[in-house]
Design a protein around this ligand. Structure first.
Ligand code: FE2
Length: 322
């Protein structure tokens, strides 16, 4: 087994209870960590190394059992650093980014516990090191029917991207470049590319932005785009009103503009924290809090999982796995 897991205590922040209760987008409840988990968390602090394996097993087992009850799950994986999101459907899995290389936790562990087969779709939003990290290993262990990234990646000269390109070549998986309007149907879920709308100078701005629709449930995955791209997306007129938002660029102050958040009007926002870049930024947190969404952070909550049955007014469950 790989070294894995951390010992953070679970708690959510930025909760606006009133807005949550009056929401028309679905009944949503937050399930707190069980008392058994709390005991393990305390033990983790006191005897960090001794209980690490036990803690990890409890966390992953809980994820596995919850995933069995809903046809759609979105995992904002606590890799220990940066971007890594897994969409698990009855028809297969979609991985959006894979964290940083040699990060604390490896998404292969989650895929293994979920009993994942070949990925239906693998998406590298952009080739920065905090998103591409474990992709070669994921491809080697699980493979992918399709691999999608931005056209900007074509010019990337980093060793990690070179290694990934070679792995994809060895496994005979062609690299596809995302264009707005590209869509994928997987297990009853529809994924649509929203951006990049053009080629930008900055790597982050070229991030593949994807909208997910599953019945009445919707989510938006924004990679590391800045306010500039958010503005372009708004001007494109595409529908970005969603229940769930992955905050752009790990909650950077240069992203999550008021106008963009107003258009998305999320009930829930998850921040895949990038501590080495001192993200998220307080300004972005303030803007997210002002739009009355619940905010979850992977450095506080660990892996954040969202489960949906996709029915109108149906159940969406937010769970935190510390
Ligand atoms: Fe990033």
């Amino acid at each position: 087994m790989r070294p894995k897991d951390n010992d953070t205590l679970a708690q959510s922040s930025g909760v606006n209870e009133e807005a949550r209760k009056t929401s028309s987008k679905g009944r949503i409840r937050t399930i707190a960590a069980t008392s058994a988990f709390a005991v393990v968390a305390v033990l983790s602090i006191l005897f960090k190394n001794q209980v690490r394996d036990l803690f990890t097993a409890a966390k992953l087992e809980s994820i596995y059992s919850a995933s069995d009850r809903y046809p759609l799950a979105v995992y904002f994986y606590d890799s220990g650093s940066a971007g890594c999101t897994l969409i698990h459907t009855s028809g297969g899995d979609v991985l959006i980014d894979s964290g940083r290389e040699k990060a604390q936790n490896n998404v292969c562990d989650l895929l293994s516990f979920l009993g994942a087969n070949t990925l239906e779709l693998a998406v590298l939003t952009h080739p920065d090191s905090d998103h591409i990290g474990n992709f070669s290993e994921v491809i080697e262990e699980y493979g992918a029917d399709r691999f999608l990234t931005c056209a900007y990646s074509e010019s990337c000269k980093s060793p990690l991207y070179g290694e990934l390109s070679e792995t994809l070549r060895l496994y005979d998986i062609p690299i596809e470049y995302a264009s707005p309007g590209d869509s994928f149907s997987i297990g009853g879920a529809k994924l649509e590319v929203i951006s990049p709308l053009k080629t930008y100078k900055a790597s982050n701005d070229n991030s593949v932005v994807i909208r997910l629709d599953y019945g009445e449930f919707s989510a938006l995955f924004t990679g590391d785009i800045s306010k500039k791209v958010e503005k372009d997306i708004l001007e494109s007129g595409r529908n970005i009103d969603c229940d769930l938002l992955l905050a752009a660029h790990h909650g950077s102050g240069g992203s999550s503009s008021e106008e963009f958040l107003e258009a998305v009007s999320p009930e829930y926002t998850v921040i895949e924290v990038e501590e080495s870049l001192y993200l998220p930024h307080g300004d972005a947190i303030d803007r997210l809090a002002a739009c009355s969404c619940e905010i979850y952070r992977t450095d506080v909550s660990g892996t954040v999982a969202v489960f949906s049955d996709g029915t109108s007014g149906g159940t969406v469950v937010m769970e935190e796995f510390e």
